[in-house]
Design a binder for this molecule. Structure first.
Ligand code: 5GP
Ligand code: ZN
Length: 117
């Protein structure tokens, strides 16, 4: 549950970033890493996350958010889903269904996606 903790302690994404928990890392630089979602909702489902524990977009700097979006666009090209289209989503807070309180951008594609709602 999103409300369980906003702190770094016990954060699954921080444990992946530190290498404590194994994950399929597709890309990384000084600011972000990209991993495949463990429970993919589309043939391509990648998460782009800041290496710093930032709970939500409201607490992130503008250049970081821009960088996350550009990394996602580059990964969409690499995955070959760019020509047909893809979706970028950030869930923030309980009503959006955010499960992990560590900012992350979902990159979804590889099949026709339903309307948002
Ligand atoms: P949210 O609902 O917070 O926007 O999305 C969290 C996402 O993280 C979910 O799509 C979920 O499948 C994914 N996730 C949760 N735990 C892990 C994990 O340990 N490894 C990976 N790769 N993805 C995870
Ligand atoms: Zn974290």
């Amino acid at each position: 549950m999103y409300s369980a903790s906003r702190s770094k302690k016990g954060c699954i994404f921080c444990r992946i970033i530190s290498g404590e928990v194994q994950s399929d890392i597709l890309y990384q630089d000084e600011q972000v890493i990209a991993i495949r979602d463990i429970n993919p909702q589309a043939p391509t489902h990648i998460l782009i996350l800041p290496k710093a524990h930032i709970p939500s977009p409201a607490e992130a700097e503008e250049p970081l958010l821009g960088h996350m979006a550009l990394v996602a666009a580059e990964l969409a090209k690499r995955e070959g889903i760019s020509p047909k289209g893809y979706r970028l989503v950030i869930n923030s807070g309980a009503e959006a269904g955010q499960e992990v309180p560590h900012l992350h951008l979902h990159l979804l594609g590889g099949r026709p996606l339903k309307e948002m709602g």
